[in-house]
Ligand binder design. Structure first.
Ligand SMILES: [Zn+2]
Ligand SMILES: [Zn+2]
Length: 112
């Protein structure tokens, strides 16, 4: 597979660590040669992971997988990122519940 920008072909054997970078451009697997990596903002042109924003993606079996966070995208679009879990300590934001918890805690501590 040639470089998607300049069309140069990869001469190194596929095995081992290649300086070429893989990426996904408009749902197509592409390769970026070392020269284009150095001379262009290639990562900005490629598709990005919907989870972590990385351009380090591979396409296989009709899906796009992020090599950084492992998120897999199907045919349509990235799944909506799950909302971050509430920070600890904010669960008792309901004042009535908080008072209840405080009273229960008081009872427990008082019986010690
Ligand atoms: Zn190139
Ligand atoms: Zn990612």
């Amino acid at each position: 597979m040639p470089c998607y920008r300049c069309g140069i072909r990869q001469v190194d054997p596929e095995r081992g660590k290649s300086p070429w970078r893989r990426g996904v451009l408009q749902d197509h697997q592409v390769l970026v040669c070392p020269a284009c990596q150095a001379s262009t903002d290639w990562a900005a042109e490629l598709d990005h992971c919907g989870g972590c924003g990385s351009a380090h993606l591979i396409r296989r079996l009709g899906q796009v997988e992020c090599l950084d966070c492992g998120l897999v995208r199907g045919e349509e679009s990235w799944p909506a990122p799950s909302p971050p879990p509430p920070p600890p300590g904010r669960r008792g934001s309901d004042p009535a519940l908080a008072a209840e918890v405080a009273r229960a805690l008081e009872r427990v501590l008082g019986h010690r």
